[in-house]
Design a protein around this ligand. Structure first.
Ligand code: SF4
Length: 351
């Protein structure tokens, strides 16, 4: 792969070696005016993470490719200086998601070589990729959609067959994990200080995003209006199913957003096989805003990414957020039925 490839996939080991071989001292990246555009692009990379996601730049020459490549370590350092769990996860996810379409454009052989960067050994068999089931589980376990369950995949003597799209999705997941696990970086304070201007803009964008998280518009809980994904997770939690971490976060934040109280939610998780009251209370309080941040439940896109979009139905096509579904369904129901008494917010606790 050359510098144009490294600009597109800046987290691979070849890209790191390329940067190390460039003729400049690391500090210059953060202090020197010659790198202003690189810092600007690094900041833009992080801010777009908070918004619609990272758009890859088209690099027409070596200089623009090197700038794009260098903006990646700058972005990682900016995210590390802020050291916010939400931003960190969102950043790793955005970098991985923006790679997915590029991965699908690689030739089969290039994609196979690329996967080895993440210790995924594969074979190509009549336009399908074949990987060992242990590699499949390692990455697909974070994808909870039904079709990703191992039982629903074609498997032959321990080897799982995947289309190019599915194989690329597995690699996307590997990229996300690699980026997330390597952060936050231990950044010397003087570098964070030098980047204060960029950090200020990112903090403002992050603060604005988080302020949208506070919903406060729902006055009563309407169980008949729950979107299918939340209804499914709720019945799972109530019957003692151990929800994935991402689904637990989605359900908790959704219930808080629609007005359920902390004690009610803790009671709901009490039947989970791994229930630990202290830990659950800490997590729910954290999502509720004990640290000053009230989290909004994840959008449908994020739910799909984590395999938590289950039981999609026609109304889902008209919304982009489970809260949007809840709002719309409640409106439809209220138009079609006489006014009802508000339902006690503890209704979903198991007896
Ligand atoms: S489309 Fe959205 S609301 Fe509907 S099931 Fe999926 S995540 Fe839930």
């Amino acid at each position: 792969m050359d510098v144009f490839g490294f600009a597109q996939f800046p987290y691979i080991s070849g890209a790191l070696k390329y940067v190390e071989a460039l003729d400049f001292k690391l500090d210059e990246l953060f202090f020197d005016r010659a790198f202003t555009q690189v810092r600007e692009r690094g900041k833009e990379r992080v801010i777009s993470t908070i918004g619609d996601g990272i758009k890859r730049q088209v690099c027409t020459d070596r200089t623009s490719a090197e700038k794009e490549l260098l903006s990646y370590p700058v972005a990682r350092i900016l995210v590390s200086c802020i050291n916010d769990g939400y931003l960190l996860k969102r950043y790793a996810l955005a970098e991985a998601k923006s790679s997915y379409d590029l991965l699908k454009k690689l030739s089969d052989v290039e994609l196979k070589d690329f996967a080895e960067e993440f210790d995924i050994v594969s074979n190509i068999d009549e336009r399908e990729f074949v990987i060992h089931f242990t590699d499949y589980i390692r990455h697909a376990s974070a994808i909870h959609e039904h079709e990703w369950k191992l039982i629903n995949r074609k498997m032959d003597h321990g080897w799982v067959h995947l289309s190019k799209e599915k194989f690329s999705r597995i690699i996307e997941e590997a990229i996300r994990k690699k980026i997330e696990s390597g952060m936050p970086l231990d950044v010397p304070p003087h570098i964070c200080t030098a980047l204060e201007e960029e950090l200020k803009e990112i903090r403002e964008a992050l603060g604005a995003r988080k302020s949208e998280f506070s919903i406060g518009e729902f006055n009563e809980i309407m169980p008949g209006s729950f979107p299918p994904c939340m209804a499914h997770a709720l019945s799972g939690a109530q019957s003692g199913v151990n929800l994935s971490h991402s689904m637990r976060f989605a359900l908790t934040s959704f219930l808080l957003n629609i007005g359920m109280d902390v004690e009610g939610i803790i009671g709901l998780f009490r039947v989970s096989p791994d229930f630990d009251e202290e830990r659950t209370r800490y997590q729910v309080m954290h999502i509720h805003g004990a640290t000053g941040t009230v989290y909004k439940s994840p959008s449908c896109d994020t739910m799909v990414t984590y395999g938590n979009c289950v039981g999609k139905e026609p109304l889902c096509e008209r919304i982009s957020h489970p809260l949007g579904y809840y709002r719309k369904k409640a409106w439809i129901l209220s138009k079609n039925s006489p006014p009802k008494e508000a339902i006690d917010k503890t209704y979903i606790q198991k007896e």
